[in-house]
Design a protein around this ligand. Structure first.
Ligand SMILES: Cc1ncc(COP(=O)(O)O)c(C=O)c1O
Length: 459
């Protein structure tokens, strides 16, 4: 495992920070191809690009600030015990956007996942099938409720869980599948649902990177039993921190609400004689009204920005697909919208005459184009040891299951290792908010590096 990788959040901050101070509106689509005959910058040529990339997050000094001040002046900064605040308004709008019955806003996406898992009844002794190609929070949420993550390898073409490999990992202890719509591209959720139905498993969608992405015109996050979103600063819908749970199951959502509000009864919990006073053993993961105010302002831009990202991603893919050794993402079956939290492509060293992925990243950076190798292979990280030392693991699972070496061996995902350690490359979503000409600059720089790959590899 290589630990020296730049994490996604630091990367998006760095790739947009050079543009700080610019005001941003979606730019016109201007075509400005550059010549591909010049020497790459890393060999002493001129950099393809000196202009800053669009900054992130984007806000409007009037609209967003007004909303925050309204929340401030209301004096209701917390929604404790109430559905009827700015937070409730944000929940209503997000549920409408996704065409789902209910939404609960939470402090962040990690806790949206933890509460969902808990209120789906998942815990000690249960196995939850998921993908290793994800942000650690997905896995940590499973560990936080005392369940055992079971990894299914990825499809390197789509970067998503390989749904064809799920069934072989199902055991009598499997209770749920937790697919992640990673990078803003939907997983093969229809196949996941078919398998879940056949084996009577729950499905919790981690849509923390996929706001408004769709499969067969249905928004991801609304297809399984429940879905979770993140609104952290780097996300396409940025609040700073924030999250949401969505579902069409009213009773589940009542339990989630109660859970996140120290167990205060809402909905059926308040009407049932079974519960008195504080209904559930909950916690406090409430979203503040400031967060919701920013969310409402940001929500107005999301659709247009996602459309812009998708158009530029499709264009960039068409421009780079024939570069030897470059393989852009493929979409899962029946995807009707992808929202590109990141633009993923693969670097195949066979096409690059000795130039390594790290060398390619350096050469691109010299051109003024930041890229990242993305996630490390999560399976051999030390946090599993920490989790498995807890009493709730020690008392429930057989000793060999908690042995780290055994865990790594039984969860070996060779395709994921190749993706993480050799092939994956990302551009961040803010770059896709640039012009068509910006996409051409990226493609031309990549072609040029490819042409001079052998020379660059000798540096
Ligand atoms: C796939 C995935 N799951 C879960 C999370 C956790 O969300 P948060 O950072 O809001 O806790 C993230 C956030 O980066 C994510 O990308």
């Amino acid at each position: 495992m290589k630990n020296n990788k730049m994490n996604r959040r630091r990367f998006i901050h760095t790739s947009s920070a050079i543009g700080l101070g610019l005001t941003f509106g979606l730019p016109e689509v201007i075509s400005a191809p550059m010549s591909t005959s010049k020497k790459p910058a890393i060999l002493g040529g001129q950099a393809a690009r000196t202009k800053a990339w669009p900054t992130w997050p984007i806000w409007d000094s009037k609209e967003d600030e007004d909303k925050i001040f309204q929340a401030l002046r209301s004096g209701r900064w917390s929604r404790a015990g109430s559905m009827d605040t700015v937070v409730g308004e944000f929940e209503k709008k997000w549920a409408e956007t996704l065409n789902v019955k209910r939404c609960l806003a939470t402090s962040n996406g990690t806790n949206a996942l933890i509460i969902s898992l808990r209120r789906l009844g998942i815990g000690a002794g249960d196995e939850v099938i998921t993908t290793p190609y994800t942000f650690v929070a997905t896995i940590q949420a499973i560990l936080r409720v005392g369940a055992m993550p079971v990894f299914v390898d990825v499809n390197r073409a789509t970067f998503q869980i390989d749904a064809d490999k799920i069934e072989e990992k199902i055991t009598p202890n499997t209770v749920a599948i937790l697919p992640v719509h990673i990078l803003g591209l939907p997983a093969d959720i229809e196949k996941v649902m078919t398998i879940a139905k056949k084996h009577d498993l729950l499905v919790l969608e981690d849509a923390c990177q996929a706001w408004q992405a769709e499969v067969s015109h249905k928004k991801v996050g609304t297809i399984g039993n429940a879905g979770c979103f993140s609104f952290q600063n780097s996300k396409n819908l940025p609040i700073g921190e924030g999250g949401a749970i969505v579902s069409n199951d009213e009773r589940f959502m009542d339990r989630c609400f109660s859970d996140h509000d120290n167990g205060r009864a809402v909905g059926y919990l308040g009407q049932s004689a079974e519960f008195s006073g504080v209904a559930l053993a909950g916690t406090n993961e409430r979203m503040t009204t400031y967060q919701a105010a920013i969310g409402l302002a940001q929500l107005k831009r999301l659709d247009e920005q996602n459309t812009h990202r998708e158009a530029n991603a499709t264009y960039l893919k068409s421009l780079i697909k024939d570069i030897p050794g470059i393989v852009p993402y493929e979409l899962s079956p029946n995807v009707t919208r992808a929202v590109f939290h990141l633009f993923p492509f693969r670097f195949l060293k066979e096409g690059f005459k000795g130039l390594t992925r790290e060398g390619f990243i350096k050469a691109l950076r010299a051109e003024g184009i930041p890229s990242s190798p993305g996630y490390g292979a999560q399976i051999d990280m030390s946090f599993y040891r920490d989790a498995f030392e807890y009493k709730n693991y020690q008392k429930v699972y057989p000793k060999e299951m908690l042995d780290h070496k055994n865990f790594v061996e039984r969860n070996h995902c060779p395709e994921n290792d190749i993706l993480c350690n050799e092939e994956a490359l990302w551009f961040t979503q803010n770059m896709l908010l640039g012009t068509k000409g910006d996409m051409e600059q990226i493609a031309d720089a990549m072609k040029n590096i490819s042409k001079y790959a052998e020379e660059i590899s000798k540096l």
